[in-house]
Design a protein around this ligand. Structure first.
Ligand code: UDP
Length: 475
């Protein structure tokens, strides 16, 4: 039977972006790939990108869609994301099982799926793969350090460290091996702060912790030199790990030069004028600010960050994604000095081509929500970070950025104009040479890992061989 891989991302910008990169890498290696997107994601992808023409050069690539169980006009906003999980549970899970057991991906179809690669959160997919006896490899698009805290959740609960006993968030955590010296309660994923273990998100993470170690393998967007000690810990539970990051640069290293441009997988329209604006700025002088595709901030937080940027005196590029500021934001009430200063040396827009922005020579620092893709994209370009994490894996990532890799500052749980101003000045001026050195080391290690015979290059080869191998299929 010829190899046919089905990749099934979580319906969010970060995972969809990663999955399309993995899909392209597998197509280049001659593997047949189908990407299964929710209808909602697929609509936005087709509306805002050239993904169909880009993938038309791979006859072995196909899209398939599945319902997320919600009406077309549902906002699927962060505040209502529990409804997406509900819809997926009641509609997507059974539909996926039907496709795999008796439908378009089953052994009765013309092109049966031989290996499935779902997002790590899709615990249900493992039961389906076992039912039809095909291998499953989880694709974890969160960071390895955050994944390790997920895998340790049963242990944390067993030891009484989660839920927290008391309100002091600076207590060090003892049951995430390898991190005892620096990981505090406040650095655990945001939902570990819930009092109630029956919270649906905690249940999803508990299921993930149970299922992921049972898979044939786990794919991670990292590289050995960055995460060696955490990877050793993860291997104690999941021995077969493929580290193929930084994924976006690994893809670039395998694409012919002529096709390396214009690889947007954005679910929003990108404002490319910001690149011309960056061209007018001095080298390493601009702070880039974004909280990614899902996180939100209150009007007060938005205004505090904005003041901090203006008061720092540095130029800034600020992404204000539609819906990212919650509450009653009234532009007419914004103080005149903010607007005036922004007109002089700021650029506020709704969505940018982030990889290109971070690669621009004018960027001197990145105020980020510490999503894993943003973190890796910043590392690759040697841009130091000011981390203002908001949820999910971001709290863990920001702690690793400041304490382990030492390539930025963590301002979690604080958001006032003075903290932001000081952090910007630290990164762009006071600690500039320190961060220049540390970010260079990480960026060079990342580049080496994706070059020929580098660790991620070799792990991708191993993944491709395993996917094609009959031994693997029969395991
Ligand atoms: N991104 C982008 N333009 C923007 C903001 C973000 O292209 O204006 C991309 C960014 O390059 C990254 C993804 O959106 O690949 C965000 O993923 P991340 O894991 O950082 O955060 P999430 O959105 O999942 O919270």
């Amino acid at each position: 039977m010829s190899t046919h891989v089905l990749i099934f991302p979580l319906p969010m910008q970060g995972p969809v972006n990663c999955v399309l990169k993995l899909a392209e890498l597998l197509c280049i290696s001659g593997i047949s790939v189908t990407v299964l997107n929710t209808d909602h994601i697929q609509r936005n992808l087709l509306r805002h990108t050239n993904v169909l023409s880009r993938f038309s050069r791979y006859p072995n690539f196909h899209f398939q869609t599945i319902s997320d169980g919600l009406p077309d006009d549902h906002p699927r906003s962060t505040a209502r994301y529990n409804e997406v999980f509900e819809g997926m549970k009641t509609v997507t899970e059974p539909a996926f099982r039907d496709m795999m057991v008796s439908g378009c991906f089953s052994c009765k179809s013309d092109s049966p799926v031989t290996v499935v690669i779902p997002d790590g959160l899709f615990s249900f997919a493992l039961d389906v793969a076992e039912e039809i006896q095909i291998p499953l490899i989880y694709f974890e698009t969160v960071s390895p350090c955050a994944l390790w805290t997920y895998l340790c959740l049963p242990k944390l609960i067993g030891a009484g460290e989660v839920p927290f006993n008391g309100i002091d968030l600076d207590v060090l955590i003892k049951n995430v091996p390898g991190t005892e010296a620096f990981l505090r309660r406040r650095d655990l994923p945001g939902f570990y702060r819930y009092d109630n273990l029956t919270n649906p998100v905690m249940q999803i993470i508990m299921n993930e912790a149970r299922q992921v170690p049972r898979a044939h393998g786990v794919i991670l967007n990292t590289f050995e030199a960055l995460d060696a000690s955490i990877l050793d810990q993860i291997r104690s539970l999941c021995p077969n790990i493929y580290c193929i990051g930084p994924l976006h640069t690994l893809l670039k290293s395998r694409l012919p030069k002529s096709t390396q441009h214009n690889v947007s997988n954005s679910l929003w329209t990108e404002n490319r004028d910001c690149l011309s604006w960056l061209d007018t700025q001095l080298p390493k002088s601009v702070v880039y600010v974004s909280i990614g595709s899902m996180a939100t901030m209150t009007v007060d937080q938005f205004v505090e960050i904005w003041h901090g940027l203006v008061n720092s005196g540095y130029p800034f590029l600020f992404v204000k994604r539609p819906g990212s500021v919650t509450g009653d934001y009234d532009e007419s009430k914004v103080p005149g000095n903010l607007v005036g200063e922004t007109n002089r040396r700021g650029f506020i827009t709704t969505w940018v081509p982030q990889e290109e922005v971070l690669a621009h020579s004018a960027i001197g620092g990145f105020l980020t929500h510490s999503g894993w893709n943003s973190t890796v994209e910043s590392m690759v370009e040697g841009v130091p970070m000011i981390c203002w994490p908001l949820k999910v894996d971001q709290n863990v990532n920001s702690r690793f950025v400041s304490e382990v890799w030492k390539i930025g500052i963590d301002i979690k749980d604080t958001c006032d104009r003075f903290v932001v101003e000081k952090a910007v000045k630290d990164v762009l001026d006071v600690r500039r040479s320190e961060f220049f050195r540390s970010t260079k080391v990480v960026a060079e290690a990342g580049a080496k890992s994706v070059s020929e015979n580098g660790s991620s290059w070799m792990d991708l080869n191993r993944l491709v061989e395993d996917l094609k191998s009959n031994d693997f299929v029969c395991k």
